[in-house]
Design a protein around this ligand. Structure first.
Ligand SMILES: NC(=O)c1ccc[n+]([C@@H]2O[C@H](COP(=O)([O-])OP(=O)(O)OC[C@H]3O[C@@H](n4cnc5c(N)ncnc54)[C@H](O)[C@@H]3O)[C@@H](O)[C@H]2O)c1
Length: 231
């Protein structure tokens, strides 16, 4: 898998986590016809400091040209290559409830090199139905005669997630994106990413609270009346 290769190649996980931010910014610049960009501008678009951006990109052996910056198309291609996006990754989503359906209908995955090849559920009322042009199948069928899958997305309730993930791993899946709350215990060599919007909201709440407790006079979001009250 590219993940281990990247580690072997010395790119830290934290850097790998920021590469999609850079790629998203570069893609949008490219769509707007921008051909080169300074590290400061790119960092600002990606929401990181420019020293961080330069350090991250140096892990890819990419150093901007002084006075010119980075070539947008070239850098986007380098990052896409590093992330393994120059090939298409087949994805299965398990759990066709509210979340699974929303993910299945999101068009943005295919634009980024992820093709949803199978949708799975265990509810007899759901299995056999058409979701976004794919017929929902079962894990049994997927094991017996399903397409090759590289990445498994777990969108089942939490009690089912561990077993679902184990069965995916049994089919050879080595990368799992888990939306169900809780920790998945899987064999070494399997990459698991947990997504928890609740945690993200809590982090935002933490920063909101900090702003309320110690308002900065430079906070552009603070209303004029509030600024006047602060003196
Ligand atoms: N991470 C996040 O930010 C986030 C956000 C929303 C929901 N969630 C989590 O995502 C999961 C799905 O949420 P939802 O609202 O779509 O739930 P849901 O109840 O609408 O859907 C769950 C689906 O999973 C199916 N299922 C249950 N056990 C299964 C199994 N063993 N094999 C295959 N399919 C199985 C059910 O039949 C159902 O269709 C939950 O665990 C929820 O807590 C996480």
């Amino acid at each position: 898998m590219p993940e281990s290769a990247r580690r072997a190649g010395g790119v830290p996980d934290a850097t790998v986590g920021r590469l999609p931010l850079y790629l998203r910014a570069l893609t949008s610049l490219h769509d707007r016809g921008v051909t080169s960009i300074s590290s400061g501008e790119l960092a600002s678009l990606a929401g990181v400091r420019s020293t961080q951006l330069r350090k991250d990109l140096s892990h890819l052996g990419t150093y901007g040209v002084r006075g010119v910056g980075y070539e947008v198309e070239l850098l986007a291609a380098q990052i896409a290559q590093e992330l393994g996006l120059t090939q298409e990754w087949p994805v299965v989503i398990v759990g066709m409830g509210n979340l699974g359906r929303a993910l299945a209908s999101y068009g943005g995955f295919s634009d980024r090199g992820f093709r949803i090849v199978a949708l799975v559920d265990d509810d007899p009322d759901v299995v056999g139905t058409d979701v976004e042009g794919l017929i929902v199948t079962t894990l049994d069928e997927l094991e017996d005669s399903g397409p090759t899958v590289a990445i498994g997305v777990v969108a089942t309730p939490s009690p089912a997630a561990q077993q679902v993930a184990e069965r995916l791993v049994g089919m050879g899946v080595r990368s799992i994106l888990n939306f169900a709350p809780g920790y998945l215990s899987l064999p070494e060599g399997v990459d698991v990413r947990g997504v928890d919007l609740g945690t993200e909201l809590q982090i935002l709440a933490f920063h909101e609270q900090r702003r309320l407790l110690a308002p900065s006079t430079h906070d552009p979001l603070r209303g004029d009346a509030e600024k006047e009250a602060m003196g």
